[in-house]
Design a protein around this ligand. Sequence first.
Ligand code: SF4
Length: 193
Amino acid sequence: MSKLAELEDLRENVENCKRCSLWKTRNKAVFGEGPINAKIFLIGLGPGKEENIQGKPFVGPAGKFLNKLLKLAGIERKRVYITSVLKCYLPENKATLQQIKACKPYLDKQLAIIKPNLIIPLGSVAAKYVEKEFALEIGKISEAHAKPMQAKAFWGKVLIIPMYHPAAALRNGALRRTIEEDWKSIGNLLKSR
Ligand code: SF4
């Protein structure tokens, strides 16, 4: 089976999934999007209201801010694979451990298919996933943000850069400048590699 077929197969599984209670609140599952050969892989928390309507990741207010951040880093969104820990609408914007565990195999498989060399977890839930998956010590996002770490995946070396979730700036305006500076620093790092 080709990588594309594998990914499409997985998408179909997600769209029909009832592994946790979140299937009841979804309008459209948000599987993720981006090129199959993407080098950069972004992981958010889960779909919000707008994403649930459109079935696409980061298309609401946080997505608009993410677009700006990607520009600041000189990264074209169309070259990045974007997905999230949870694939179905989170009405309270919070996920339980049970829901995270139920959805984990999908994200595991997406990573295994795409095999990126830079993974950017956005926010603490995504950072926690990456921490466990790659046996890292990331700790609190307030301390770990924008600090690159090396990890080893079965497909080779991977750079991990934990970042604040873009929505954090919408909830707390004081963080906006920090988050923008963080993304500029990613841009500088990528230019120097
Ligand atoms: S959030 Fe994940 S595990 Fe839960 S129903 Fe949706 S696809 Fe399935």
